[in-house]
Design a binder for this molecule. Structure first.
Ligand code: ATP
Length: 897
């Protein structure tokens, strides 16, 4: 595989890996500062958008054929052929027509479902960080052009093929291209021309993921010209994944079909040999049983309900990457959430600065760089060193658009830039005055970041920022004349106000180190001081936490932040057990049983690392919980994969996290997870309802024919009439389940057990009860019609109309599984329900009164008085079911008491 690709690359590629970085830059007329706007425009015109068109899904004719490929269609076609042979030409035509309509409806609905899912997938666009005209900017990955300078950091997806210009500890996972899942180290030095794709260490390939470190490179190929573009045809034609529910349904459907076939054959033999029917009559009876009992419309209803549900979730900012997550979302019992940006707004402002020599309040609005520092203590020395370190050890940039100031990059770093500007530092000259030669990038495991810059007066300047414990430890006692305990007290005091605390440190070195590593920081660092940042909780998150409590879902905050800060924010959010905070260090050295107890009992976990997240997910799952876990960093990927529903942040999350997650949040908002859970519960309910609605129709019809056969009675409905009922109600009433809103109590009941079978005992009972009621009604109406002098055809017409009416009334009943349907929302339905009822009424009237229909289905016009019968039967059914609901509520109440 690799060898093949290598050959292709050899033919197309320009072997950039073997050339120097400067040669690659020159070849594209680019420089390290990046292209100008004009150059970008020209490159864009020449090379097009950086997009790989994945070939469309299956062609239409294939999808059409696939619709035919089910046992049900074949059973019907065989029935039609049999009818034709037995001289029932009209029946044969009607049966064949039903197959055609069914295939057409399935085709259209599935197309809609595919479109809905494709649109949702299209919402997940990838971002890239580039340098253009010396300025760093975040852009859509499709905007990247050859010659662009792309900046890479851990977690990024490489947006195009790059020749690396700089790499620091850069490791890239290239499994998308080479199948090799171990990350490979990268370097900017040329490699021999004959190297295999996986060995070309001076290149970063489009579509691969940065596992660690950082770097930058010049774009040498975009879109279809990239290595990934060349193999993209391999990615096309991936079939839509099945969900456990769909699989369960399919197995159920094929088993049911086999049972039905066996019953039909036995019925055929019994009718022919025992009851003395003529062969053709016996055959048509058997066909009647088969077509009656098969729930042909159900698979389409379930598919479209799932797909439209996924679309609704996307509308609520939760993008489902893997369809099975929809079902799992509905059964989530614990949500583990990050704090920063998910539960809080991630709009950071530095509020306080504390140094050994003084204490300041920072004044100003948002990210606007203007503002001042107000000294809270007398004789405070301006914190210039601290501010300079804050500005240099920083990857963010401030921008002003339409008069509003914002941040490119991490909001916390943005806030530090604002602080620097407010102390009087000119940010525009900073990069040229203090160029960065190397860095230790931030990593959630070591919780600090360090950079090094040549000093204008000779030597070098080190700048470090990070979690206070970490930075204090690095400073090894050089803490500005204050004891470490004094600093810890300051951290606690800021944390109690809910502020996130960061420490800043630095050093002047006699010479510029070749490489900056953790070791270079030892023995030199001086602590400059602390900054306290405020990041208020999101108002929606407070409401969503309360909603979770009602829904029996536990919320746990798992944050990298300090315990005191985490506890203060948790209290503001109204999180249960907010008081007892457990830190990552407390989790270490616990055995599995202890960890399980701790995981269950604790609401807030602070100073955790991504490895702790993984252990917590496992501990909670061992206890039977269905866990949704949020994450954004590279190291969160294992926990995201392991969780039942991994949720990645769409805005601030790395591509690695998104790749590992099943759901991506467009707005990074905790409330969107809860909205998705609500939607997941609704979808599951709706599928359950659609099954409970569809099956009794089939059961009732089959019972009618079997009973008639057993008792030697005339059939009250003919097989083609049964087909009419099934088809017409499935494409109208059945599809309303896709549009059903959640029941009012959907977030007021405990989560569904994850192993619950769709066809629960309760649902089976409903199906049997309603099937029997349907059959009884059919016989009663048939008998009454005959008794009041109606002919056979008129009586059958009345029975068909009654069954259709029963379906309508049953729909109103099933819309609320346990609650009464007899209140205003229940009686009025939804626009979808009303439209479906109107449609089915018009179709049924056509069935009764239109001459061509009368000819096709052997129907007769009904009198106004007769028309009342179906309505009365429907009301009777609804009444019986309301009594049943009332009794079962009573019973459940007793049992619960
Ligand atoms: P959450 O996990 O809730 O999103 P968090 O953002 O605090 O919280 P991390 O990103 O793991 O979690 O950060 C942990 C700690 O590391 C922070 O509290 C802060 O002290 C420090 N830190 C975060 N980002 C940086 C950074 N860019 N540079 C230096 N230190 C950082």
């Amino acid at each position: 595989m690799i060898a093949d690709m290598d050959e292709t690359a050899g033919k197309h590629g320009s072997a950039w890996h073997a050339q120097s970085a400067e040669q690659a830059l020159a070849a594209f007329g680019s420089r390290r500062e990046g292209l100008s706007a004009d150059e970008v425009g020209r490159a864009r015109a020449r090379h097009g958008a950086n997009r790989i068109e994945v070939a469309a899904g299956r062609p239409a004719w294939r999808r059409l054929l696939a619709q035919m490929d089910n046992l049900f269609s074949w059973v019907l076609l065989v029935a039609a052929a049999g009818a034709l042979l037995l001289d029932h030409a009209l029946d044969a035509v009607v049966i064949a027509a039903v197959v055609v309509v069914n295939v057409a409806v399935g085709f259209i609905q599935e197309g809609r479902a595919e479109q809905a899912l494709a649109a949702v997938r299209g919402m997940l666009s990838s971002r890239a960080t580039v340098r253009r005209e010396g300025r760093r900017a975040g852009i859509d990955a499709v905007e990247v052009v050859p010659g662009d300078i792309v900046l890479l950091q851990a977690g990024d997806r490489v947006p195009a093929d790059l020749r690396l210009l700089r790499a620091s500890n850069l490791r890239i996972e290239e499994s998308a291209l080479t199948g090799e899942s171990v990350a490979v180290g990268k370097d900017d030095a040329p490699v021999p021309a004959g190297a295999q794709l996986g060995d070309r260490a001076s290149m970063a390939w489009s579509g691969t993921l940065v596992a660690a470190g950082s770097g930058e490179g010049v774009v040498v190929a975009t879109g279809p010209a990239t290595e990934l573009g060349r193999i993209s045809h391999l990615l096309a034609g991936v079939s839509a994944p099945q969900t456990p529910l769909l699989r369960q349904m399919n197995v159920f459907a094929s088993r049911l079909t086999v049972v039905i076939l066996v019953v039909s054959v036995i019925a055929l033999l019994a009718a022919w040999k025992l009851a003395g029917y003529a062969l053709d009559e016996a055959f048509m009876t058997a066909v009647g049983i088969a077509v009656a009992a098969i729930p042909e419309g159900l698979p389409v209803i379930v598919t479209i309900t799932l797909a439209l549900g996924v679309q609704r979730m996307a509308g609520r900012n939760a993008i489902v990457r893997q369809l099975p997550a929809v079902e799992t979302l509905g059964s989530v019992s614990v949500i583990c959430s990050d704090k920063t940006g998910t539960l809080t707004r991630n709009e950071m402002t530095v509020a306080r600065v504390v140094t050994a020599a003084g204490d300041w309040q920072v004044e100003g609005v948002g990210y606007q760089p203007t503002g001042t520092l107000r000294a809270l203590t007398a004789s405070a020395v301006p914190p210039d060193d601290l501010a300079r370190a804050a500005a240099l050890c920083n990857d963010a940039a401030l921008h002003e658009r339409d008069g509003a100031w914002g941040v490119d990059g991490d909001p916390m770093e943005g806030a530090l830039l604002v602080l620097a500007a407010r102390t009087g530092i000119d940010l525009s000259d900073l990069a040229s005055e203090w160029p960065r030669t190397d860095e230790v990038p931030f990593d959630a495991a070591h919780r600090y970041m360090a950079t090094v810059h040549p000093h204008p007066d000779g030597g070098a300047l080190l700048a470090v920022k990070g979690a206070p414990e970490q930075v204090l430890a690095l400073c090894e006692g050089r803490t500005g004349g204050r004891e470490p305990q004094w600093w810890h007290d300051q951290v606690e005091s800021l944390g109690r106000d809910g502020q996130r605390v960061l420490a800043l440190a630095g050093a002047v070195l006699p010479s510029l180190p070749d490489r900056l590593t953790a070791d270079s920081l030892h023995g030199v660092l001086q602590l400059h001081g602390l900054v306290g940042l405020i990041d208020p909780p999101r108002a929606e998150a407070i409401a969503a936490v309360a909603e979770c409590r009602q829904a029996g879902i536990e919320v746990k905050m798992i944050t990298g932040d300090h315990a005191v800060t985490a506890a203060a924010i948790a209290a503001e959010l109204g999180l249960a057990h907010a008081g007892d905070v457990v830190t990552g260090a407390d989790l270490e050295h616990r055995d599995d049983a202890q960890l399980r107890r701790l995981a269950l009992a604790t609401g807030v976990f602070a100073r955790t690392s991504p490895e702790h997240k993984l252990r917590l997910v496992q501990a909670l799952q061992a206890d039977g919980a269905v866990v949704a876990m949020t994450g954004d960093g590279v190291n969160d990927a294992p926990a995201l994969k392991r969780a039942d529903v991994g949720v990645a942040m769409g805005r601030t999350g790395t591509d690695v996290a998104k790749e590992a997650a099943k759901v991506v949040l467009v707005d990074d908002n905790f409330a969107s997870i809860v909205a998705a859970v609500r939607e997941g519960r609704t979808i599951y309910d709706n599928i359950k309802k659609s099954v409970a609605w569809a099956l009794p129709t089939n059961g009732g019809e089959a019972l009618v024919i079997l009973a008639a056969l057993a008792m030697g009675l005339t059939l009250p409905i003919t097989p083609v009439q049964i087909l009419w009922i099934n088809m017409v109600t499935a494409v109208t009433l059945g599809l309303t389940f896709a549009f059903e809103p959640g029941e009012p109590d959907v977030m007021r009941r405990p989560p569904r057990p994850s192993r619950e079978n769709l066809l629960s005992a309760f649902l089976l009972w409903r199906v049997v009860l309603v099937s029997v009621l349907f059959a009884l009604c059919a016989f009663a109406v048939f008998a009454w019609a005959k008794q009041t002098g109606a002919g056979l055809e008129a009586a059958r017409t009345l029975v068909v109309s009654t069954v259709v009416s029963l379906e309508v009334f049953y729909l109103f009943s099933i819309r609320f599984l346990h609650r009464s349907s007899l209140d205003w929302p229940g009686v009025l339905g939804t626009p979808a329900v009303l439209l479906a009822v109107a449609a089915v009424t018009v179709l049924q009237l056509a069935f009764v009164y239109l001459p061509p229909m009368q000819w096709l289905f052997d129907t007769r016009p009904l009198s106004l008085g007769q028309l009342l019968v179906p309505v009365l039967a429907g009301i009777a059914l609804l009444t019986v079911l309301e009594i049943e609901k009332w009794l079962s509520r009573l019973l459940r109440g007793r049992r619960g008491a």
